[in-house]
Every structure is written in structure tokens, then in C-alpha cells.
Design a protein around this ligand. Sequence first.
Ligand code: PA5
Length: 439
Amino acid sequence: MADILDWTNADLNRLDMAAYEARADEMAARLKQETGAGRLPFLTMPYEAELKAQLADLEGFLKGFDHMLLLGIGGSALGARALQKAFHPGQDQPGHTGRSLWIADNVDAYALAAYMEKLPPEKTVVVTVSKSGGTIETVGQYFIVKEWMRGTLGDDWAKHMLLVTDEKQGFLRGEADGFGIRALPVPDNLGGRYSVLSAVGLIPALFLGMDTDALMAGAREVTAALADPGLDGGKLAAQSAFRLAAWGAALMDKGFAEMIFFTYIPLWASFGDWFAQLWAESLGKEGRGSQPVPAVGVTDQHSVNQMFMDGLRNKACLFLTCPNLPAGPKFPSDLPDQFAYVRGKDFGELIQAEGLGTRMALSESGVPLVEIRLGADSPRQAGKLIGLLGAATILTGWLMGINPLDQPAVELGKRLAKARMNADGLEKEKADLNGFLTA
Ligand code: PA5
């Protein structure tokens, strides 16, 4: 695979890259061990053939619907939104009449009420996505939407539902079995934030008419070499994902506490939120990691870029570009002299110039920056980006000596919220909460 990373502004001389590059053999051995044991389905995609068959089977079923209401949160929603915004922009534009995807990923009474008031139930399929099948924010929405569907569609309600959850266990699996609701599995060992290229993200992508094969093929371009049983340290050292991981870990050692994800593909802005979850939940551990900061060009040049340029000198940047964005409209050739410099040029040229200007400005301000240069703003390239960033995140975690696949710290707030709602078996949390409230 041609390298899509440009290291010109990465400031490698300021970093101790060698310390991490020297660990390529160790990382290759670990990759072989983990992929061999089936613990890294993000890289091996053992479910790919089965999933393709399931998606083909689903196509006919989805034909009956104009709206998809997706209930999910975190990794069960962010990838779908990134794909929707990137490849189904018509939905956000005036006059849209085709299919629509609505993503309910919060405890937001207004949004949920609006969906139930405005969406026609007979033309709506509700997809509930929860790997654990027990996340209250998602299952809570499911309870309410299920009642709405039942009330409006009667016995047909279950035919308008689709569940994406663990193959064997969890509350939603019980719902699938009990009510005969169609269900697709989240593969074992595939954590939420690594699951966009499974049924989790590909069902909404399919509904919106995206090329799901291309998405998977793009990821494979990056991950195949990492999952190859013939991998050794020499081969791994040449992989973009490993080099990015070494850079990420070396930056943290030098106190770079923030990792900006600056995209100059405007429709891909929501990949910033997807990346933020991936990087933060995977690497924010044991007092370490770097804070992901999503930004979009050119909008954020007129906003947070001031802080990037001249705030605390603790920032590095992943800078996403595509030299082949659509040209878009041309500026008239009779513009006033003050704007003569854009006469006859097109929108595409302007955004490329803005991207170049920002890249150089950041770099001159001392922000180490790696450019991720995609050949096209296509599903295949999006798959490649997902594969690259997911793999680099896992390797960064291993190089840091932490587990990039768990997220223990986010559990505490969830447990305390449940205690507040008087869930069973959380006596210590209830006592702690009382103490906190009366202190
Ligand atoms: O990355 C993760 O594992 C999490 O962000 C989960 O995706 C999120 O908590 C939702 O979990 P679930 O799919 O079990 O409802």
C-alpha cells in the first residue's frame, strides 16, 4: 500500500523515535500472538464473509423503509454518524427527499419526542445497537421507542426492529429471541470504538446506499499486513500504523498532552468525534495519554486554531487532507479588485490553499504534525483511515504499556448514576453518593 502519511512536519528530531522503533520485534510478536488467539478481530476481520452475506440478506428487508432510527451510544453510534455525514450529506441539505438516518445517542427528551412525533412508524426501521445489550442510555430509548412502535403498529412492531448485539448474551439478545426480532451480532472481542466496520456501522451505511465492501476493503489495505502470520519486526517497522504509534508514544514522553485531529475534508468532520473516542477511551489511562481535539478546516481556522497556534505548546496534530476534493463552483471573473486573487478560481482551490496555509502555520508554530493524505474522499479511503487509526491506537497503547481495548474509568460515573436511580446491588456507590451530596 502506498504510504498515505507525510512526515515532513513531524518534528522527528525532537523525539526519541528510536526507543520505540527498537520495539518493532516485540510488537510484531504480540500482534501475532493476539491475532492468532482471535483477540484482535479489528485487524483480522474473521467475520467479514459472514457479514457480507448478512448485509446482502438485509437489503431486501431495508427496502421497505424510508427512515432508520438508530439507538446507540459511544462506539455504537459515532462511526455510523461519521459515515452518514461523510457520504450521505444530502440529508442535511435543503430539499432532501430520499432515505434518512436519525441517530439518537443521548438522553435527550426533546430529540426522542421529536422522532416519535415526526417519523412515520410504518416507514421507519429502528436499529438498536448495544454490544453489551444493557447500556441504560440505549436500552432506555429502546423501551420508549418499542412502546411507540407497539402503540402505532400493533403486532407488526417487531418487524420494524433490528438489533445489533452480542451473539449469545445480554438483555437485547433476550429481546431478539423472545420476540423474534431480526438480530445481527457484534463479533466477540470487538470493542465498541473498534466496531464501525461490523454490523454496528455497516447496517446504517448499507441503508444509506454506501459501498460497504469498499469500506471493508479499504481497512484491509492497512490491516492485512498487521494480521499476516509472516509478520516480523522488519516488516512491521515499515507499516504506517506502527510508525504513527511510535510517533504518538514518543510525543507523550515529551509532554505533548494534546493530539489535534484537523480535517480539511469538511464533510468528514464527524470522523473527528469518532477519533476522539477511539484515542481517548483507548489511551487515557494511568495518568497518561494525550487528549484528542477534533477540529475542522476551514471553520476552526476562525476559532480554536488561535489556541493551537499560540496557546500552551503541548499540541501535536494529525492533519487529514485530500488533494482531490470536488472543485465546486467557480468564482466570477469580474470580482472587485480587492478579491482579484480568486477570480476564475474554484472552491476546491481555496480549501486546498487554506489547508496548506494552516499546515505550514502550525508547523512553524512548533506543532509536530503528520499529514494523512487520502487519494479521494471515497468509502475505500474512509475504510483505510479507520483501519490506520484503529491499528495505530492499539499499537500506541501497547507501546505505552497500557491496555488500549478496555475503558475502566468511564464505568464509575455510570455506576454512580445507576446508584442514584436506586439500582440493586450498588450499596457502596449509594453510600459514596450520599457522602458526596452531604459533604
Ligand atoms: O468503545 C466502547 O466500548 C464504548 O464506548 C461503547 O461503545 C459504549 O459504551 C456503548 O456500549 P454498548 O455498545 O455495550 O451499549
